[in-house]
Unconditional design. Structure first.
Length: 121
């Protein structure tokens, strides 16, 4: 008996985002003190560091492309934001942005899936 699985391509949707420096500063602070290694790594040399560098080293508005996986990691980092001083009061705005960004990726992914399910390619 031969097992055959039809081939299907997967496409990863990336969303170009531009964040204020107050947001990326808080994200880096929270990530640096996070209990999880992957979250600390995101702040030191991962997606959060990339967002921060793009914000600080580029002309505004600068953009950095993030995936669902990136947003999910940032969401995990933000679970610890309540334990940090948020003097700028940006944590609620970051949480709202994360929800909207994830929704945008899900919406675009659905459009792509529908397009390819119709046999466009």
């Amino acid at each position: 008996m031969t097992l055959y699985a039809p081939k299907k391509f997967e496409y990863e949707v990336r969303l170009a985002v531009s964040l204020p420096s107050a947001w990326t500063t808080l994200l880096k602070q929270v990530a640096a003190h996070h209990y999880d290694y992957k979250c600390r790594e995101a702040g030191a040399c991962g997606v959060i560091n990339g967002l921060h560098n793009t914000t600080c080293d580029s002309e505004f508005p600068s953009s950095y492309r993030v995936t669902w996986r990136d947003l999910d990691l940032i969401t995990k980092v933000m679970e610890q934001a309540d334990h940090h001083r948020d003097e700028a009061g940006v944590a609620p705005a970051i949480h709202q942005w994360l929800r909207e960004a994830k929704d945008a990726i899900v919406e675009r992914h659905a459009v792509i899936e529908k397009y390819f399910d119709q046999g466009a390619l």
